[in-house]
Design a protein around this ligand. Structure first.
Ligand SMILES: [Zn+2]
Ligand SMILES: [Zn+2]
Length: 359
């Protein structure tokens, strides 16, 4: 099988050269892909939902089609989404907004856009007009994006495929304080499973941003350029059969999870993921969590300020419910992370702590 991370020896100059190169890579990758696997993924998602019990709407906020450099038509992506257990697939092509017209009247589909900014890309959902970025600064382009779209985020913040962002480029994301959303799982050039070294780096970056007091909502986006890529990872939102407007409200509230398998939920003092909790030094806090995966769970971690503060090893159990009492001592946030038996990951949005200084 081709190493997906190999760099091309020669620079690829034209779009045709780039696309031929990508097509060759896809053909090699697809050889190992059994056609039934997407359906199996969808069955796992459905079985996990029933185990989990709480209603969840699952979206893929990040896919491409033949409206940009995707190798598929919008209806094929919709069908792939249905097979993979995704409730809403967003067509987020790069520089066009013709996908907006194409998804109209297609149930389970919506639209967005993914233009480039200075070094990073910017994802937009539901934008009214096409964003032409100026590529001057990530925060300035983000400001322009937010004027056109009710929800925006940073895709693949550490890099994707053969692209690695430098530390300097990653550090530009601090300009997006006090709050933004970014993918912690991106499935570009991946089918079946999404999590790889860029995602591991994205999670480290996420914890650094959070520890610096920046509120960062985690997303999972397949970044599929062929229908088979859909289902490799996704974003879950509490609530059954949410409309696109409700999805966007949840995303803006930071009330979501990023996953490639497990479902999870986290409450601190009864407040859900994405909440800001006013706390005092020394205050006892009560945390509850629920994690499910039909394939069985390998580990569950409660993470605070980049460190696993509590770890459970469920020994292949498919459902874990846990409560934990801890004392607040200056932590910025707490989040939940789970691994299924086959190593598929899920990350909850954090609950954030605001220290009450009152007299
Ligand atoms: Zn991108
Ligand atoms: Zn993309």
């Amino acid at each position: 099988m081709t190493n997906l991370y190999q760099r091309s020896e020669e620079p690829l100059n034209t779009w045709k050269e780039k696309n031929d190169f990508l097509d060759d890579q896809w053909r090699d990758t697809m050889r190992d892909w059994p056609a039934c696997q997407q359906t199996e993924q969808g069955e796992r998602v459905q079985a996990t939902r029933s185990l989990f019990g709480n209603p969840v709407t699952i979206i893929d906020p990040h896919t491409h089609s033949d409206h940009s450099d995707g190798r598929c038509r919008i209806p094929q992506n919709r069908d792939a989404g249905l097979r993979a257990g995704i409730d809403i697939v967003f067509a987020t092509d790069h520089n066009s907004l013709t996908q907006k017209r194409a998804v109209k009247n297609i149930p389970s589909m919506s639209w967005g856009q993914e233009p480039k900014t200075l070094h990073h890309h910017i994802g937009l959902l539901g934008n009214t007009r096409r964003l032409s970025t100026r590529r001057d600064r990530v925060d300035l382009d983000m400001e322009r994006a937010r004027k056109l779209a009710p929800f925006c985020w940073i895709p693949h913040p550490a890099g994707w495929f053969t692209k690695d962002y430098t530390d300097e480029q990653k550090n530009e994301l601090w300009r997006l304080a006090p709050a933004f959303a970014m993918e912690v799982i991106n499935g570009a050039k991946r089918i079946g499973r999404a999590f790889e070294r860029h995602d591991a780096e994205a999670v480290i970056l996420w914890d650094r941003l959070l520890t610096d007091g920046i509120r960062v909502t985690p997303l999972g986006g397949s970044d599929a350029h062929i229908p088979e890529g859909i289902g490799s990872c996704w974003t879950g939102l509490p609530g059954a059969e949410l409309s696109v407007d409700e999805v966007i409200d949840r995303l803006n509230a930071g009330n979501c999870l990023a996953s490639e398998g497990p479902l999870l939920s986290l409450h601190v003092e009864g407040r859900e993921m994405g909440s800001r909790l006013a706390v005092r030094e020394g205050q006892p806090l009560h945390l509850t969590c629920r994690v499910a995966d039909a394939a069985g769970l390998q580990s569950v971690h409660v993470v605070s300020d980049g460190k696993a503060e509590r770890t459970l090893y469920p020994r292949d159990k498919k459902l874990v419910e846990d409560e934990w009492q801890f004392v607040f001592s200056g932590q910025r946030y707490v989040r939940l992370e789970a691994r299924a038996c086959d190593d598929r990951r899920a990350f909850s949005a954090p609950v954030y702590f605001d220290v009450e200084t009152g007299c």
